[in-house]
Design a protein around this ligand. Structure first.
Ligand code: ZN
Length: 505
């Protein structure tokens, strides 16, 4: 195995009576698995003796998800499996917890596990109550086991199958087989290897519908991606705002930034309710509760650990793919670091402010402001009715409808406001306001309207003159629809140029 110099000397000192074989660890193999193979290779029949040899403690090595007394282990094996950090993140359950741990928590947990205080470490991970890690810690894919046996004549436990949110082998598309819980009880704890467990010691998974397999496959992808890409813990506030921002994008946030829990719950359950039958995801059952169960708790602001599986299930539901999450999280994180947490919160609550600004300062109607912000007009209206402090003109619902197109056509055509109001069943004041907010259209309308009026009154006057030849202009002016007065006020040049004769009548 290439031990030379000081390493060989230290190795000989370790177990001088019976030189041990320290096997090479497989990539992605758990620490417990490596210890089990070590136990076999050295022909021991007492797991407690082996655990004491490696960990200086008779059961510290018999915990598949989280062995402790690691300082002793590192010392006794001369860091054969790498440094403590590598050992913890690559060969215990910690890898999947790491992205969700608060700053400093990882170092503290690492200290506790190093010294043998596994109770404190488990409490920091939130595992003292839930028992989730124990329940799922000895799991394997039967196909992978066959492949391992064919290639190496031995099997090993894979770290990713230790992670509670992974219930499927993505390579073979089958559900993981799980050893019975009693194998982990203190009295029966041992160094098990998967191929040595007969069916009586296993819980075989039920047949899963393909939709469920697909969902579990998606969750497994999220899990491995997060473990690979997140260095150091995700910030809890940033994470919560990222979820809220995405909920906003999906239409589950009211304009003031509050969560529309019912709509969120319905959508979540329609997609993810089938997870509740998988033991690792039993928490999904609470999601239809009054406070939204785990859904509500992930959105609410209260400090403390939450199980990674809960985050991962929510992420898988909210975001199309991990990249979308990483981008949204980066935006929130950048805003927090550049402008503070309050600015970041505004990303979530700013729609209400923008809406009010559009209405009060830019003179938009509710429906056109809603159009600008790409939110349903009914929602904007309901929000403003609730607030009751926003000055706005109440207008019929026309903006954004085919009636608006008709309105604009008639305005460009220069029709009178009365005529348009009657034809489209609008109040003339609405048309007046509509034009006041659109100066360009107003100028078009005025030009077209003047042209129409001019044409109309000229025609009326010419008709009156032709109908009453020789009648003096004073009398003509008293006839109905003679057109003269309007032309006298608005088109006097034409009167003088085109009809000089009438000045003499
Ligand atoms: Zn497999």
């Amino acid at each position: 195995m290439g031990y030379k110099g000081t390493a060989a000397t230290a190795f000989d000192e370790l177990f001088p009576a019976a030189p041990d074989c320290l096997p090479q660890a497989f990539a992605g193999e758990t620490l417990y698995s490596w210890c089990a193979r070590y136990h076999r290779l050295n022909g021991s029949n007492n797991p407690r003796v082996t655990s004491r040899r490696l960990f200086g403690h008779s059961t510290a090595g018999l915990r598949p998800e989280l062995p402790s007394h690691l300082a002793n282990f590192q010392n006794n094996t001369h860091q054969h499996l790498g440094c403590l950090d590598e050992l913890l993140t690559q060969r215990t359950v910690l890898g999947v917890f790491a992205p969700f741990l608060a700053r400093g928590a990882m170092a503290e947990i690492s200290r506790h596990l190093s010294s043998g205080n596994s109770v404190a470490a488990r409490a920091l991970l939130g595992l003292s109550k839930s028992g989730q890690a124990t329940r799922t810690s000895l799991r394997f894919c039967p196909e992978c086991i066959n492949e391992q046996l064919a290639a190496y004549a031995v099997t090993w436990w894979q770290t990713k199958n230790l992670w509670p949110s992974i219930c499927i082998c993505q390579q073979h598309g089958c559900l993981l087989v799980q050893a019975k819980d009693e194998l982990l009880h203190r009295s029966s704890a041992d160094f098990f290897l998967a191929h040595e467990l007969d069916a009586s010691r296993l819980n075989l998974p039920p047949d899963a519908p393909s939709a469920q397999l697909q969902l579990l496959d998606g969750i497994a992808t999220w899990t491995t991606t997060l473990v690979q890409h997140i260095n150091g813990g995700l910030d809890e506030s940033a994470l919560r705002l990222t979820y809220l921002l995405q909920a906003k994008k999906r239409g589950w946030l009211a304009l003031d930034g509050s969560l529309r829990l019912k709509a969120l719950q319905e959508s979540f359950l329609s997609q993810c309710a089938m997870l509740a039958t998988v033991p690792a995801f039993h928490f999904v059952k609470d999601a239809d509760g009054i406070n939204g169960g785990f859904l509500g708790s992930l959105y609410r602001q209260y400090p403390g650990h939450r199980h990674p599986s809960k985050h991962i299930v929510l992420m898988n539901f909210l975001f199309a793919e991990p990249d979308e999450f990483f981008k949204a999280y980066a935006t929130v994180e950048r805003t927090i670091s550049e402008a503070g947490i309050q600015s970041a919160q505004k990303l979530v609550t700013d729609t209400s402010r923008k809406l009010i600004k559009l209405i009060e300062q830019a003179g938009h109607s509710v429906s056109s402001a809603a159009g600008v912000l790409d939110i349903p007009a009914e929602e904007a209206l309901a929000h403003l009715n609730r607030r009751n402090d926003v000055a706005r003109l109440r207008r019929p619902h026309i903006v954004g409808t085919p009636r608006e197109i008709q309105l604009r056509e008639m305005l460009r055509d220069g029709r009178t406001r009365t005529e348009i109001a009657e034809s489209l069943s609008l109040r003339p004041t609405f048309i007046k306001d509509y034009l006041a907010q659109r100066p360009e259209l107003k100028a078009q309308w005025e030009a077209a309207h003047t042209a129409r009026e001019t044409e109309k009154h000229r025609t009326q006057l010419v008709a009156a003159l032709n109908a009453h030849p020789g009648l003096p202009i004073k009398t003509i002016r008293r006839l109905p629809k003679n057109g003269f007065q309007w032309l006298y006020n608005n088109d006097r040049e034409w009167l003088q140029e085109v009809l000089p004769a009438i000045w003499k009548r």
